[in-house]
Design a protein around this ligand. Structure first.
Ligand SMILES: Cc1ncc(COP(=O)(O)O)c(C=O)c1O
Length: 332
């Protein structure tokens, strides 16, 4: 396989042909509804996260703003950001509707992480998926559905993608970094043909071609069926880790407020008002515990919040880490 890939350079500048078919296969198994949309309008990308600036770049020609779910992923990319509050069932569509009607914002793109959002772990409800798409249609903006965690649900019911509800209004991205292996950085993008063509142009001008060796590994992983076993392994491990984290927090740090995630990697924790997360960060580091401060994600506020990632640690490490985090909190 490597011989063929390396010597024959099997692929186009938008990605390895076999992977493009491979992505079809994976998506078809997960949701037939993608089939029609994907066969014509797919670009495989080595770096899904690089897609967002590409979308911005393409939108910036026509646009003045980008809408986000209260987080600041793109603040260093020069986009004008309008953070909208994130609730446990997703972006606050009522606040958004009022801001749009009042004309105080005129977004061209909404960056939405619908399932097990990074950093909050929250999932956009079905009602809000419809509400957001209705707003997008009425006010003329695109939704960038950034969905790398979709396969990692360990409880509750799967919800339809916004892409499946309104394929004309949505550019959908997902990644194999959470299901094949971290750092593989192969993903795919589905959307209206004109938007995808514009992104493919910018992408190929930026990185010439994606990493086809990584794409070939992913392709073989999907075609052999190993991906299904891998997803099961990952989901089972994550379910146990999320449960252990929730139980340990309730026991060791009852002041912590959180919503127990139904999938994904992350849990958002709110501590009592007045807690200084920067001091907690230093105190926890002294005890060998790392987390990301809520303030690192938000344009404003979040001084009493933090993101805990339970994805890369064992249940035993989680128990130990939470006990140390609680000791750090009590030392403030
Ligand atoms: C919402 C979201 N999109 C994209 C990515 C990046 O995915 P990849 O590793 O495939 O570039 C991440 C983080 O890992 C993420 O949380």
């Amino acid at each position: 396989m490597f011989h063929r890939v390396l010597l024959c350079y099997d692929g186009t500048r938008e990605g390895r042909n076999a992977l493009r078919q491979g992505a079809d296969v994976v998506l078809c198994m997960r949701a037939e509804v993608y089939l029609l949309a994907i066969s014509r309008n797919l670009v495989s990308t080595a770096i899904p996260e690089g897609v967002t600036p590409e979308l911005c770049e393409q939108e910036d020609e026509r646009a003045d703003a980008l809408l986000q779910e209260g987080i600041a992923w793109l603040r260093e990319r020069g986009a004008v950001l309008h953070p909208i509050e994130l609730q446990p069932d997703g972006i606050d569509t009522e606040v958004l509707a009022r801001a749009l009607s009042a004309g105080s914002i005129r977004p061209k793109l909404a960056h939405i992480i619908p399932n097990f959002q990074n950093p909050a772990g929250y999932t956009l409800s079905l009602a809000k998926r419809h509400a957001l798409l209705a707003l997008a249609a009425r006010h003329g903006f695109l939704v960038f559905e950034d969905d790398p965690y979709v396969a990692l649900r360990f409880s509750g019911e799967s919800l339809p993608t916004m892409l499946s509800i309104d394929p004309e209004r949505v550019v959908y991205a997902s990644s194999f970094s959470k299901t094949v292996c971290p750092g593989i950085r192969v993903g795919y993008l589905v959307g209206p043909p004109d938007v995808i063509a514009a992104i493919a142009r910018i992408a190929t001008n930026t990185y010439i071609s994606p990493n086809m060796v990584a794409q070939s590994i992913v392709y073989e992983f999907c075609a052999s069926g190993a991906i299904e076993r891998s997803i099961e392994t990952v989901r089972t491990a994550l379910a146990k880790r999320a449960l252990t984290l929730a139980q340990a927090l309730r026991r060791e740090l009852p002041e912590a407020e959180f919503v127990q995630p139904e999938g994904g990697y992350f849990m958002w924790v709110t501590l009592p008002p007045g807690t200084d997360v920067a001091r907690l960060f230093d105190a926890a580091a002294e005890l060998g515990v790392a987390f990301v401060k809520g303030t690192d994600f938000l344009l404003d506020g979040g001084e009493n919040t933090l993101r805990l990632a339970y994805s890369g640690v064992t249940p035993e490490q989680i128990e130990d880490g939470v006990a140390r985090l609680a000791a750090a909190y009590r030392s403030l």
